[in-house]
Design a protein around this ligand. Structure first.
Ligand SMILES: [Zn+2]
Length: 441
């Protein structure tokens, strides 16, 4: 079977905004869309409360509520908005998208990312593929590590705080949404990382699949990769396996999960010549452009054969970054959870995504087929364009910051310093009523 890199199918409908929006019109449209979701959610809540009290003789309150919710979800009549974001929201943080203007596939026409089956191949060929991947990833990872959330990430965190939506799905693996969310535990429980995360390395193929040996094969490395796991600027709560892939996502792995940034320092120690090269590139400002997954493209004649990458310290198996590779399926728990979130909602807002990967597109398709609206805020064509009731071809930062400011209102901002910080973080802040207004309300 030939595996190809997903692309956006050509279609006369694709890429055309349903109509052109000014910034104000765009912000107004998104605001109205989110408000509709909030209203529907409130109505659903009232319906559920009403049915609970009227049928109290037959059901316990909790039982009835669960049953009604289950019925509503089964019949595709959820309520509220589910948000889905893609690589476009991280462009302002310095991470290039794959597709669209300036995207990696446009700039490097011959670039081909590694595929899952190549990475886990147990033959010598697999070892060479992993040397090639890890050497490139070693150079490509530092810019991802230092990237910080931009206005879009903070606006989304503010909108979540304001109740515009409870959970959201991201295709990004850079954890910038997590960094923008005020509480690590809220981020861990409400952000579904559909394509995994660059935060971790996971064991994917082990001589003893299923369970980690009681004594690690390499205790020093084991302790280095696990002890620095939850420290540093990216401090976060433990991931939930149905929101973020963990070691258990891989049936052939031993279950080990360690820190990608700690792995980076091990790679630097064990490959001093590459470390020198990375430092020189940094000094000269000639670092290769980084992809959303932290990979880079190097010259064709680059010799990877001396690159050393450590095996799983627990069992000696293969370690892989916690991101979903091309040709790899989204882990079952994540896939199921992503569909559940879509079923629980009545409409979807897609931000900064071309939805070219099927795992994301099928969620938009599910929403559309259940009769829910899909709104897209994305510069450039998207595979889901034909499903959208409204398509806005503008950058997300300005639009979403205006929406968040309008949702917040002046009073709420004064009372909630955390909210105020979210509304002014991530770059030059827009001052309310200073020329750009969402609507004449
Ligand atoms: Zn292992």
């Amino acid at each position: 079977m030939r595996i190809s890199i997903p692309s956006i199918p050509a279609s006369s409908e694709v890429g055309k905004a349903k109509h052109q929006h000014t910034l104000q019109q765009a912000a107004e449209a998104v605001y109205e869309f989110l408000q509709k979701g909030v209203t529907e959610q409130q109505q659903q809540q009232q319906r559920l409360q009403g049915s609970t009290s009227s049928a109290s003789s037959r059901w316990t309150a909790q039982g009835k509520e669960q049953s009604s919710l289950a019925d509503e979800r089964r019949s595709g009549t959820g309520a509220g908005t589910i948000l889905m974001t893609g690589a476009g929201v991280s462009v302002d943080s310095g991470i290039a998208p794959y597709r669209g203007e300036g995207g990696h596939y446009e700039v490097h026409k011959t670039y081909r990312p590694i595929f899952f089956h190549e990475f886990v191949d147990s033959s010598e060929k697999g070892h060479i593929a992993r040397q090639r991947y890890w050497s490139r990833s070693f150079l490509g990872y530092p810019p991802v590590l230092v990237a910080r959330p931009n206005k879009t990430h903070y606006a989304i965190a503010a909108m979540q705080r304001l109740g515009a939506f409870a959970d959201y799905i991201t295709q990004n693996v850079d954890s910038l949404h997590h960094m923008a969310t005020p509480s690590p535990s809220l981020a861990a429980s409400s952000i579904l990382e559909l394509h995994g995360t660059l935060q971790h390395v996971l064991c994917v193929s082990s001589p003893t699949p299923g369970s980690a040996p009681s004594r690690p094969k390499d205790p020093t490395l084991h302790s280095h990769l696990t002890q620095s796991h939850l420290s540093g600027p990216r401090l976060r709560a433990e991931p939930r396996p149905f929101n973020t892939p963990t070691g258990q996502a891989y049936p052939k792995g031993c279950g080990f999960r360690g820190s990608r940034s700690a792995y980076q320092s091990i790679l630097a120690e064990r490959n001093p010549m590459w470390d020198e090269m990375a430092k020189e590139m940094h000094q000269r400002g000639t670092q290769p452009k980084t992809n959303p997954d932290g990979d880079v493209e190097l010259a064709r004649n680059t010799d990877y054969s001396s690159f050393h990458y450590p095996a799983c310290p627990s069992c000696g198996g293969v370690l892989k970054p916690g991101v979903v590779f091309f040709g790899e399926s989204v882990p079952d728990a994540l896939r199921d959870r992503s569909f559940e979130l879509v079923r629980r909602a009545s409409q979807m807002l897609i931000v900064g995504s071309s939805t070219a990967t099927y795992s994301a597109y099928r969620l938009a398709k599910t929403m559309h087929e259940a009769g829910g609206s899909v709104m897209i805020l994305n510069k450039g064509p998207s595979r889901a364009d034909p499903l959208a009731s409204d398509k806005i071809e503008l950058g997300s930062s300005e639009v979403l910051q205006l929406v968040a400011q309008r949702l917040a209102g002046t009073d709420r901002r004064k009372k909630d310093p955390v909210l105020d910080r979210l509304l002014t973080s991530g770059g030059p802040a827009l001052v309310p009523n200073s020329g750009v207004r969402v609507a004449a309300s």
